[in-house]
Ligand binder design. Structure first.
Ligand SMILES: [Zn+2]
Length: 261
């Protein structure tokens, strides 16, 4: 991977200082706040595939993303991408025994309704879950689920151990639906043992409790235990209609019917 270094060979523009710089900071910051206030309650009308709300979505996130959150069911872009896949693939009709890690409260009742057996797992949840176990070593039985769901957890844990557990717990032919933040332009995942404190993790990994930022090699990391992998990425017209995030990917990892080797 190439790195950009400062060489000092190109000319420089004059830097404002003191009062002029302070005035400029104040003016630009005020413009940004005004822009945010104008757009926080929505820019374009969207449709929520989860609750069928039609209208403007709210801004969400730090820094804020406009038109990100459905005001009716509170879904974000990733929830809507996930739900569109579940709905269109019909996967819940075939995959009867479901294990959902860190279950999103808005998705939980919908999946519970559709599945034959629906179990949840979260080590730190305040509410009730079926299994209060460590995702890296669950102690749950081999080949016992048809579908495992795990959104935005892998960036918090030992992903190698977690995906190996998913593979072990899935029946042959079973599927894990996984999502996590990815920097697609990075070939390699960024981890850094020197980054230990919350503020440092926020600076390096984008959130105070994340321990890495995945690059495009997240696919190899998911395939490692033997999974076959398919990418589901939001495209138009879904992106503008449902308020999805450009380039956001849902990973569909299938345990082959017959294991290799
Ligand atoms: Zn909604």
């Amino acid at each position: 991977m190439s790195m950009l270094k400062k060489t000092g060979t190109i000319g420089k523009i004059e830097r404002p200082e003191g009062k002029i710089l302070q005035k400029r900071i104040k003016r630009i910051a005020k413009q940004r706040v005004e822009l945010f206030e104008a757009n926080a309650k929505g820019v374009f009308p969207r449709t929520c595939p989860i609750c069928d709300y039609e209208g403007k979505f709210l801004a969400y996130g730090t820094p804020p993303r406009y038109d990100a959150q459905c005001p009716s069911c509170r879904s974000l872009e990733r929830h809507r991408l996930f739900w569109l896949y579940l709905d269109r693939s019909g996967i819940l009709k075939q995959k009867k025994r479901v294990l959902h890690f860190a279950p999103e409260s808005l998705l939980e009742p919908l999946i519970r309704d559709a599945a034959d057996l629906y179990e949840t797992s979260d080590l730190f949840a305040k509410r009730d879950v079926t299994h209060r176990v460590n995702i890296e070593d669950t102690g749950l039985p081999d080949e016992s689920y048809d579908l495992i769901i795990c959104n935005h957890v892998l960036e918090h844990v030992d992903d190698g151990k977690a995906v190996a557990e998913f593979y072990r717990m899935l029946k042959p032919g079973g599927v894990a639906l996984l999502s996590t933040p990815v920097v697609e332009g990075w070939r390699e995942t960024y981890e850094n043992a020197d980054v230990e404190t919350g503020p440092d993790k926020l600076l390096h990994f984008g959130q105070a409790d994340h321990i890495r930022y995945f690059g495009a090699d997240v696919r190899d990391r998911i395939r490692a235990p033997g999974f076959e992998l398919e990418d589901i990425t939001a495209v138009e017209p879904d992106v503008h209609k449902y308020g999805l995030m450009r380039g956001e990917t849902l990973f569909v990892a299938t345990r082959p019917e017959k294991s290799k080797g």
